[in-house]
Design a binder for this molecule. Sequence first.
Ligand code: GDP
Length: 337
Amino acid sequence: MNVHQLLEDLIHGERLALAKSITLVESRKAEDRVASTELMILVDKHLQGKLHKASGDQDINGWTMAITGPPGAGKSTFIDKLGIHLVDRGHRVAVLAIDPSSARSGGSILGDKTRMQQLASRDEAYIRPSPSGATHGGTTAVTKEAIDLCLAAGYDTVLVETVGVGQNEIAVSDLVDWTLLLLMGRSGDDLQGIKRGIVEAADMVLVNKADGEGYEPATETQRYYQSALSLFPPHTLSGWKVPCLAISSVQDVGWDSYWRTMKDLNALPQLPDWIHNKRASQRVSTFHRMLSKALLEHWSSSHSTSGYDDLESALRSGQLSPAQAVSERLKVWGFPK
Ligand code: GDP
């Protein structure tokens, strides 16, 4: 594979090159790993170069935002409407929809659903469903790489859609600039079973479906969250209070407030520094994540896993505790105690 050619096509915004590049970094084949690493090194160099050329401190060079929330809250519908609004104003929008493939069946629940139809028909938009595979929902092992590939391909806005099924959404907030939690109105429900950690990781909360009969429950839920959020520790971006707005993704309700809030955010003089620092920390955590992954892959390809079956049955029958099994294994591999 000619990685330099692929990079060149990618930077020229060729959709096929972007699709190929994401497939390459998602590949688990050993022979793709070298090309994928080489590509990501070049992509990072390109993005860093762009960053240094960016004019003025206010230029934060691309905007990446996660949209998390429970299934059915309206994430795809919201992204469709938001995306159209953005491309109509000259932006190029990429959407990475993390497909919560069922670990048991290996199947996908999104496959049969036509999503983001309006946005999908626009040349300025790119939509990519990615199977979440074995990572239980939130993000794939290479979501960060896919985000960077979209930025390198000239998409100035990258939206990552994930299902709010568990703690994984805390991880997605470590990959993007901004995390938006999308809920739907349902009155009388204590945080709708949404884990506190997910709400804490949100930079903004929207209660969707504030239209028709849904208007009352949505505004009630919005008020509930607004007061719950006021009790949370202050946001790390000084001057920012996590807002909660009621919105409709099918009607024109709440969008004025949404854009006003985004405008207020962009007007915060401390925003560029906050984003720069956040991205800097994310580079460090990406390094740690990649190193663990690489070590594990290297180790499993070069060390025998024989004896695993016995260990696993001892674990199942309760003869060994997981901690004992780990220490047995480390002994076999010759680790010091
Ligand atoms: P997702 O699973 O979070 O991506 O949710 P979808 O975007 O697929 O939406 C789930 C259902 O809610 C679909 O039938 C949508 O048409 C509907 N829906 C989404 N947003 C709204 C909204 O703002 N108002 C109303 N009334 N229905 C909505």
